[in-house]
Design a protein around this ligand. Structure first.
Ligand SMILES: Cc1ncc(COP(=O)(O)O)c(C=O)c1O
Length: 396
């Protein structure tokens, strides 16, 4: 009889020629476990998802409770479903007043798609601008925003009327005009290898959008929910977006995304045409219940307050001649090495030592670290030791 590894290779669509092929049977806290019982410390949190670690009891319990009440109904827009209402209210209570209404979807890509449609519909304009080296998702609309086109040129034609600016380039802001429906940027660029906005950039972007009547969409799908040291990364830059995108960490391990805007903007999805954006599963009650428990637990444990000290410990420990640069926005971190081959060798070494790391789409010379926020100081020390050993063994 075929084992799971063989079945995985035979029957699951692959996305790379050399999958990691790590079989997981259980997760708890910072650790994932393989069938032999070997523990792997998760330093990427399922790409920025599991901020509370794996199977946090509060999230698991909320899921079980909701499963026993009801699961799927007519999920979106018609019925009043308590898990959705409570989650949307929590979000509003923790956001600036203008971000008042939430549209729940299933993923980050869908949040991007919804925001692109909403901006076009609200402004009546067609052009959308995004920043180079950004990642907003893999569906065709979201993928149209991607530049360079390494990952998208095989899938042309994508959407027309998409233009690009360089992130952190003030001169490029003049490309935003009264023809531009929306500018979509990540508050902190993730897949570019953790690139933060320089002093004054987001404020200047906000100002240019105001001058041209363009909607500013901030993608916090990776940077939101506490990862950068504040609940929302934009809080650190003194600006408020017109539309905020969330997903990944929002659901505490369950699939949910959201685009959030003002009542005035969001209302235009109700008419001309009616059903401006619809979804069968978006805002699924079980996922909303999980998301609310996740956010309430992050708050109750005061986890975000500890992010700066934990981030500082990583910075203090990750010192080695082989580390060419170290960039971080809270616990979203990039360790720059000599090149992709070394990154792959370190990822491989760490995996053998029971530590899960990864690389970035648009910064292949950097090692990705984005652990659950529950990581302890001792676990940070253990993880850094393994990473440094890996770098030492692979530095020429
Ligand atoms: C900043 C950002 N936006 C959007 C997405 C797409 O999210 P999803 O994979 O849930 O569609 C990602 C995923 O990595 C992301 O990092």
């Amino acid at each position: 009889m075929a084992n799971n590894r063989q079945l995985f290779l035979q029957h699951l669509a692959q996305t790379s020629p050399t999958p990691m092929s790590l079989e997981i049977v259980r997760g708890e806290g910072m650790y994932l476990y393989d069938p032999s019982g070997k523990a792997y410390m998760d330093m990427i949190a399922g790409i920025g998802v599991s901020v509370l670690g794996h199977c946090h009891p509060a999230v698991s319990q909320a899921i079980k409770d909701q499963v026993d009440l009801y699961m799927h109904t007519l999920v979106y827009g018609e019925f009043i479903l308590s898990p959705q209402v409570k989650l949307a209210e929590w979000l509003h209570q923790h956001l600036p007043d203008s971000l008042q209404q939430t549209y729940f979807v299933n993923s980050g890509s869908e949040a991007t798609e919804g925001a692109m449609k909403l901006a076009k519909r609200y402004t009546g304009r067609q052009e959308i601008i995004s920043a180079r080296y950004a990642y907003h998702g893999s569906t065709q609309g979201a993928a149209s925003l991607m530049n360079p086109t390494t990952f998208t040129s095989a899938f042309q034609p994508l959407l027309p009327r998409i233009n690009h600016i360089d992130y952190n380039n003030f001169a490029d802001l003049t490309k935003i005009t009264t023809q531009t429906a929306a500018v979509i940027v990540e508050t902190v660029q993730g897949e570019a290898g953790v690139k933060k906005p320089v002093e004054g950039y987001l404020q200047a972007l906000r100002k240019r959008c105001d001058e041209t009547g363009t909607l500013l969409v901030l993608d916090e799908i990776q940077a939101g929910c506490g990862r950068t040291g504040s609940l929302w990364a934009f809080e650190q830059y003194g600006i408020v977006p017109d539309i905020l995108l969330l997903a990944k960490a929002l659901g505490g391990g369950m699939p949910i995304g959201a685009f959030i805007s003002s009542r005035e903007i969001m209302q235009c999805l109700t008419h001309d045409p009616v059903l401006g954006h619809i979804t069968t599963f978006g805002g699924h009650p079980v996922n909303c219940a999980a998301a609310l428990a996740n956010l309430q637990t992050i708050e109750a444990l005061d986890l975000i307050r500890d992010v700066p000290a934990k981030a500082a410990l990583f910075k203090e420990l990750l010192v080695h001649p082989g580390i060419l640069d170290f960039r971080q926005a809270g616990l979203l971190m990039a360790v720059e090495l000599a090149g992709f081959e070394q990154v792959l060798a370190v990822v491989d070494y760490c995996l053998k030592q029971g530590l899960i790391t990864d690389w970035f789409l648009f910064n292949e010379q950097s090692l990705r670290l984005a652990p659950p926020l529950i990581i302890t100081h001792d676990q940070i020390k253990d993880a850094c030791k393994v990473i440094l050993d890996g770098i030492q063994k692979t530095t020429a």
